[in-house]
Design a protein. Sequence first.
Length: 459
Amino acid sequence: MAKTRTQYVTLVTGDRVAVTTTASGRDVLAVRPASRAAGDGAFASFQDASGDRYVIPASAEPYAGRQLDLSLFDVTALVKDPSAADRVPVTVSFTAGTRPTAPTGLTLTTTTPAPAGAPAGQGASAHGYATATSGRKLARLLKQRIGADVEAGRKPGTTPLFQGVASVGRTGAAHTTASAGTSADSLRSGTSNGYKLNILTLNVEDRSGAGATGTVLLTNTDDATTFTAALPVVDGVEKVAVPDGHYSAAIPVPTYDAAGDVTAQSLVTLTDFTVSGATTEDLDARTATASLTAGTPRPADADFISANWARTDATGQVALEYAPTVWATTADGTPVYVNAQPAAAVGAVGYTEQWSGHAPDATGSYRYDLDSAAADNVPADQRIHVTTGQLAAVTQRYDRDPASPADGQVASNELTSNTPAMWSAVATQTMPARLTDYLSTFNGGDWLEEVVSPVALSS
């Protein structure tokens, strides 16, 4: 078996991400949620044209790119910092007149007064960190804020996360929009690299029809190096200056209840549209009516669902597995919906579904890990139909030290070429056990499985 290397990073919300680098140099991500509560396993992720992978808990989506800088969720950058396995280094920027105090979930180690002649509104700054344990406090605060907004009929994220805090970012990272080809500072300036720019307005609605707040991946499909950016959408609107040309857009839109729990993920995509002069496009989660499900030979309850959408440009110089990509993922069986889209008119789309499920009976000794066959469009039928002849049965035996906890985790992923499906399905596994895993064989790829012992989880 080809050698792999796995590293861990901690997100500011306490969730942990395992980054496994395969022998071919591709990174496979597996998220281990900090909490098993309902909806806490929902994540959005994207890969920009520079190749950086971002993982954003759905509970943080309304604040990502605003008070919580996107740099906090740049897993590619975090994995280069050895200390990030246990803690996230953060820099907090305060508003003018605010006395620096540690926001919920963060520890501050040093503070710096606002420099003389600082712009109006700029206050002190501070350095510190978040750990997996303290990050859970921030995660609970996020849910409280979102739940209160939903209960009051406000858009999620309306209530500031922290009073007196302008932003929290990863120490050492510039406060920028994740982008490639066009710098964040020039996105709205009117010209860039000799290109005349026009205003593109993106309107984003959630499943209730209200304006959504989140992160949209916008890609120039004539040449992704001309423009690719992950842009913050606030109150349902994002306006950005871009060159004329052909584009695509994709955004995960969570649905929340009054407890702040995520009840659904909607991956809304526009495969093709043209910008010529001032242009307006809509991304409406109400059009995402196709639910990702699976029909398996034996009964199974979903515990991992992911919609994986990648977009290459017309130059053909970027392989699909490295293309700008968006994932909408739930590691607890929360539903995922997508909107049907045709094959690309410019460049190409690579779309796959991932679905995993376990035996309904807690004593069941089998599970399913399925990847759909790669598609060049987003089909209206999102049910993975699988027969016994399309499955490979792998039986595993898991042991444990009798003195250690019983619950470990198993992560499974199919490694194929030219597919954006680079998430591992993570399932809790009681040990010791003997388990048969039924793996799909649609794509003819190799499967990667990692087992995390209860001891490693508790350390």
